[in-house]
Every structure is written in structure tokens, then in C-alpha cells.
Write a protein that binds this ligand. Structure first.
Ligand code: SF4
Ligand code: SF4
Length: 374
């Protein structure tokens, strides 16, 4: 793991790139809601800079950093290529040591609950979004193998998503091998500044997944896909895991990337008037804005353009747990914009957004992939 000195060096490198132009303010959800410079990307960059320089994070600084969704909308907008999310990781790792004990304890409990299947499965039974629907389509014996990231919470909450992917891939001539539930990608630990716990998971995943020797690793949760695509950047080039991490990251694709080059004409589609919510992890993190929309258009769905589609829905990993008020406001705004076209179904591409939007929606919210497995 990086030491504080190396982290500070990296932080300086990132901070120096910011030319204070303020373009990012207009596309930051928290600045849009709160109108305060300290709740904008530029303001938070300043907070991290002054805090690292003074070796001190005040309570106010922690509050404003915690309000950031790490949606990375600011990175998409920034003309100087400021690696804002990396800077926040460094700032938050530093902040973590300064937190009061009750905050550390709450974050630890949430982290363990979400990433330990034995603890989360009973919650999944109560909060389950959907069961597997329809038959299981067996792949043919000659099918090419693809590794499908199972995810830690998704199998308990919405098992139909990966069930649909397996069926779709079987129809297209692929066999999807799903990774076990205990192989969490590490994103929840990473976002809650538990870097060591994240690194243990990342290394175990790399060792396990490299052994499958498949050409493609496919993710149905854009948050997990983003994390795995970032694995290589988490190791020093001299680290024994660096080359293996590079291979895993290079093989990983969102399911939309994988399907975008396949012939989907033989799939049975669910007919519905839909609205599509593009997760931040897909459009800003993975920089795949418009890819799912393009696939949906090619299949005849033509989802209407959504106002403020670049803004986060407020789910953002554990944000809805630790920042419930801001998260709720963002959800309400997002749902109002999605419902403007009177859809029958809202579709998205990440389990966190799906569960979050469903809590405020009277119409069903699904993963878009489920429309293709009818
Ligand atoms: S990551 Fe999102 S919430 Fe955080 S500063 Fe950037 S745009 Fe704002
Ligand atoms: S982060 Fe980028 S867009 Fe925002 S103020 Fe700095 S240079 Fe400008």
C-alpha cells in the first residue's frame, strides 16, 4: 500500500493540475443542491490541499468531504484532467484517522455487513428486489467460457440480473461462470477508506480469476466493473501483483461493452416503454456514456432523453446510508426527471442505483439486461 509520503506526492501532482477555472461546479450534484463552494469539486480540492499542508483535517473539512458522492461528474467536465477521485481517496484515508470513534464504528459495521455474505444474506431475504424468473438456458458444450462477476450484495438482492445474463450469453454461444458471493470486488472497503481490507480482497480476486484463463471478464454492476478496471492502478509497477492486475483489468468489460459487438437480433425482448438511468460509475467512471442507450435504441426501445442525466441519483455506494438527506433529494430529482416521459419501467445498470431508485418509485426498476431475457 502507499505510504503517506507517496500519497502526499501523488496528491500534490493532482492538485497542481487544477487551474481553478470552476467549470466543474456546474456539473457537481452537491454544489447544485447546496450552492456552497466547499461542497464543490474545486472547494474540496482546496480543503484537501490545505489539510495535507497543515497535517490537519477540521470537522468542517470532514463534513464537506463526506458530502462528496465520488460520482466523478467533475472528472468528466474538468478540462485539465484533474484525477479528482484519486485525490479524494488520499484525502479520505487521511481523514479516517481523525474520525470520532462512533463514526469509525458505524463505518466498520456497515462495511462488514455489506461485504460478508453470511451477514448480508438474511437482509437480502427481507429486502430482496426480485427472484430469478423463467427457465435456465443451458449453454452448448462448445460454448466459449466467460467469467461473470457475481458481486457480493447483488446475488442476494436481485439474482435475476446474472440469471438473465447467463441465459442471454448461452443463447449467444457463451457459457458464463459466475464468481462466488464471497469474492467482493473491494469497492465498499475502498470507498470507506479500509484500504488494507480492500487490498486483501483485490489480491485474492486476482489470484482466483487469473486461474480461469478466460478471454473476457464481464460485470453486470457498473460500480464493481469500475473497481476491477482500476485494479492495475492500485499497484506499484514493481509489485508482484502489478502484471496480473493489468491482465485482469484489461479483460474486464461491462456487460454493455460485451454485448455491443454481439448479434442480439435473436433475443426475445420484453416490450415496454422505458426510461434509462445511466449510473455515474458507467458514464463518468468507466467513461461509457451513451453505450447502453445506443444498444437500447438498436433494439427499438428509444428511451427519451433524461434531464440532468449526468447527475448522480444519490445512491453512490454507502452514501444513502451516511448522507440520507442529500441522497433523498437527489433521488427525488432523478425520479422526477426519469418519470417525465411516463415510462412503464425504469432501467439502469448498477445494483446500487436500482435498489435506491426502486425505494422511491411506484413503477418497477430493473437492470436493462433483464429486458433482453424474455
Ligand atoms: S465527485 Fe461528484 S459530488 Fe464529488 S465533487 Fe465531484 S461532482 Fe461533486
Ligand atoms: S477541477 Fe478541473 S474543472 Fe474544476 S476548477 Fe480545477 S481545473 Fe477547473
Amino acid at each position: 500500500m502507499q505510504t503517506h509520503q507517496i500519497a502526499s506526492f501523488k496528491a500534490n501532482e493532482i492538485i497542481r493540475k487544477c487551474v481553478h477555472c470552476g467549470f466543474c461546479l456546474a456539473t457537481c450534484p452537491t454544489y447544485q443542491l447546496l450552492g456552497s463552494e466547499l461542497d464543490s469539486p474545486r472547494g474540496r480540492i482546496y480543503l484537501v490541499k490545505s489539510s495535507l499542508e497543515n497535517n490537519e483535517f477540521s470537522k468542517t473539512s470532514i463534513k464537506h468531504l463526506d458530502r462528496c458522492l465520488t460520482c466523478r461528474s467533475c472528472e468528466t467536465t474538468c478540462p485539465s484532467g484533474v484525477e479528482y477521485a484519486k485525490l479524494m481517496d488520499i484525502g479520505r484515508a487521511f481523514v479516517e484517522k481523525k474520525r470520532p470513534l462512533w463514526q469509525k464504528t458505524a463505518r466498520y459495521c456497515v462495511r462488514k455487513l455489506l461485504t460478508t455474505p453470511l451477514l448480508f444474506n438474511p437482509i437480502g431475504l427481507i429486502a430482496k428486489h426480485s427472484n430469478k424468473q423463467g427457465e435456465v438456458i443451458q449453454p452448448s458444450a462448445s460454448s466459449k467460457k466467460v467469467l461473470l462477476l457475481g458481486g457480493c450484495v447483488q446475488p442476494a438482492l436481485a439474482p435475476n440480473i446474472n440469471h438473465s445474463i447467463k441465459n442471454i450469453l448461452a443463447k449467444l454461444g457463451f457459457e458464463a461462470i459466475e464468481t462466488p458471493k464471497n469474492q467482493c470486488c473491494g469497492a465498499i472497503d475502498q470507498h470507506l477508506s479500509a484500504e488494507q481490507a480492500a487490498m486483501i480482497k483485490i489480491k485474492a480476486n486476482i489470484d482466483s480469476w487469473i486461474a480461469y484463463d478466460v478471454e473476457h471478464i464481464v460485470s453486470s454492476a457498473s460500480g464493481c466493473g469500475l473497481m476491477v478496471k482500476d485494479y492495475a492502478s492500485m499497484f506499484d509497477a514493481k509489485d508482484e501483483y502489478y502484471q496480473k492486475a493489468k491482465i485482469i483489468s484489461a479483460k474486464t468489460q461491462d456487460i454493455a461493452q460485451f454485448l455491443s459487438i454481439q448479434d442480439l437480433s435473436k433475443l426475445n425482448l420484453e416490450k415496454a416503454n422505458i426510461a434509462y438511468h445511466e449510473p455515474c460509475t458507467l458514464q463518468h467512471g468507466q467513461q461509457l456514456a451513451g453505450l447502453v442507450n445506443g444498444i437500447l435504441d438498436s433494439l427499438g426501445y428509444y428511451p427519451a432523453a433524461v434531464k440532468d442525466a449526468h447527475l448522480c441519483c444519490g445512491s453512490a455506494g454507502t452514501y444513502s446510508i451516511f448522507q440520507p438527506n442529500l441522497s433523498k433529494q437527489l433521488k427525488t430529482n432523478k425520479l422526477n426527471n426519469l418519470l417525465a416521459s411516463n415510462p412503464e419501467i425504469i432501467v439502469t445498470a448498477n445494483i446500487g442505483c436500482l435498489m435506491h431508485l426502486q425505494k422511491g418509485s411506484k413503477i418497477p426498476v430493473k437492470h436493462w439486461i433483464e429486458l433482453l431475457d424474455n
